[in-house]
Design a protein. Structure first.
Length: 158
């Protein structure tokens, strides 16, 4: 695993998301998309999944603030949502990519294998999302079981 210099910690995911968002906005502003939009097509939104901050040394609203953007969806853990309501600040991700390419070059010149690190972060993010999903399903099943009267099968008329 590559060691990320302190000045670049917690910046790779944001840089990649910003680059992705810039490409997305470019597609939405293209003549090809405009023809589709005029015909009633709706854009698929980008989803930023589970944007809670894992690093205890970083702001607990770091990713929510950095990834807020038009036509995106952010699945925010409850603890992060409450923190954002308390002290978060709404900013807007730059549609042109901002400094994402500069940040990515800094990673590369620091000797960090950006592709490997990005793949690891995506894998960890997906695992976290699956964990949260399974936890939610267990919670819903538990609440459903508590609502079902003893001796009455689920779905039976009351």
């Amino acid at each position: 695993m590559d060691i990320v210099p302190p000045a670049l910690r917690n910046r790779l995911g944001i840089a990649i998301a910003t680059r992705t968002y810039a490409a997305y906005r470019e597609v939405l502003s293209s003549p090809r998309w405009q023809v589709l939009a005029k015909a009633g097509a709706q854009p698929q939104r980008l989803v930023w999944a589970s944007t809670g901050t894992k690093d205890p040394n970083a702001s607990n609203v770091l990713y929510v603030e950095a990834l807020a953007a038009l036509d995106t969806i952010d699945t925010i853990p409850e603890e992060t949502l409450l923190a954002f309501a308390d002290h978060g600040y709404v900013t807007t991700m730059p549609a042109d990519g901002g400094d994402a390419e500069h940040i990515l070059r800094q990673f590369a010149t620091s000797g960090v294998d950006v592709a490997e690190l990005a793949t690891r972060l995506q894998r960890e993010g997906a695992q976290s999302f699956v964990y949260s999903w399974n936890k939610l399903m267990q919670c819903l099943a538990s609440k459903n079981d508590a609502l079902v009267a003893p001796g009455r099968p689920t779905g039976a008329p009351s």
